[in-house]
Design a protein around this ligand. Structure first.
Ligand code: C5P
Length: 237
């Protein structure tokens, strides 16, 4: 799979997203989240694919297995390259998600890759223990969900950079660790609690980084993307 930094297209509507992407080459990897997808529907994915972009459709499905299976059948036919579910939906739901993707993938086509959200990076250990009644450390819960996702033959997980290393030890280097919370050195963290630079993310075991505001709000988004890509490739900082 494309290992370039994934740009989070957190825009209100398609027009804004497509006009932002004008300077970017086809083959750039972008992420469509709930905001854009719920506004524009599958058309946004068709447009992006038509222009040659790789698309991570970040909709974080979590429902009963049969519903997730049907939803994944639909998403596979929309043409996303990467989709996701919440691991908390359980192994039967993850098995069903894969089945749905297989059904929705056109004959001769490539099934979208699928990863699982472990614990949301907005969840603290204290909150997880109090609200979800999970009495382990946050790291153990994340590792448990990563192993569950791997047993269900998913391709990887979304996790924080801090967890990528222990997931690599348990699930291997090939298992995808897609990590948001990326900032260049000396940049504002915004609402992200645990941040890392692209170079740190690489060192700590991320296989993919997701970057939003550092690129979308930069004075020169293409230059910001290129600098992040350079650091991600291990060239400097
Ligand atoms: O602007 P920023 O780089 O913080 O954007 C990160 C992107 O990754 C956003 O689209 C956000 O929703 C997403 N994300 C995240 N943490 C997760 C999962 C997704 O920040 N655990």
């Amino acid at each position: 799979m494309n290992t370039s930094p994934i740009i989070a297209l957190d825009f209100e509507h398609q027009e804004a997203a497509l006009s932002f992407l004008k300077p970017f080459e086809s083959g750039t990897f972008v992420k469509v989240g709930m905001q854009l997808f719920y506004k524009e529907g599958p058309a946004i994915v068709y447009h992006l694919k038509e222009q040659g972009f790789d698309v991570f459709l970040d909709l974080k499905l979590h429902d009963i297995p049969n519903t997730v299976k049907s939803a994944m059948t639909s998403l596979a036919s929309v043409g996303a390259d990467l989709v996701n579910v919440h691991a908390a939906g359980g192994s039967f739901m993850m098995d069903a998600a894969l089945e749905g993707l297989d059904i929705g993938t056109a004959a001769g086509g490539t099934r979208p890759s699928i990863i699982a959200v472990t614990q949301l990076t907005s969840t603290t250990e204290e909150q997880m223990q109090r609200e979800q009644l999970i009495q382990t450390s946050l790291n153990d819960s994340v590792l448990h969900y990563a192993k569950l996702a791997q047993t269900s033959k998913l391709d990887g997980v979304v996790c924080s950079v801090l967890e990528a290393g222990s997931i690599a030890e348990v699930c291997g280097n090939e298992f995808l660790k897609v990590t948001p919370g990326i900032r260049l050195a000396n940049e504002a963290a915004h609402d992200q609690k645990r941040i890392a630079t692209p170079a740190e993310a690489k060192k700590m075991g991320s296989t993919h980084i997701v970057v939003g505001r550092s690129i979308t709000e930069a004075a020169d988004p293409l230059a910001a993307y290129q600098e992040i890509a350079r650091q991600w490739k291990g060239l400097g900082k």
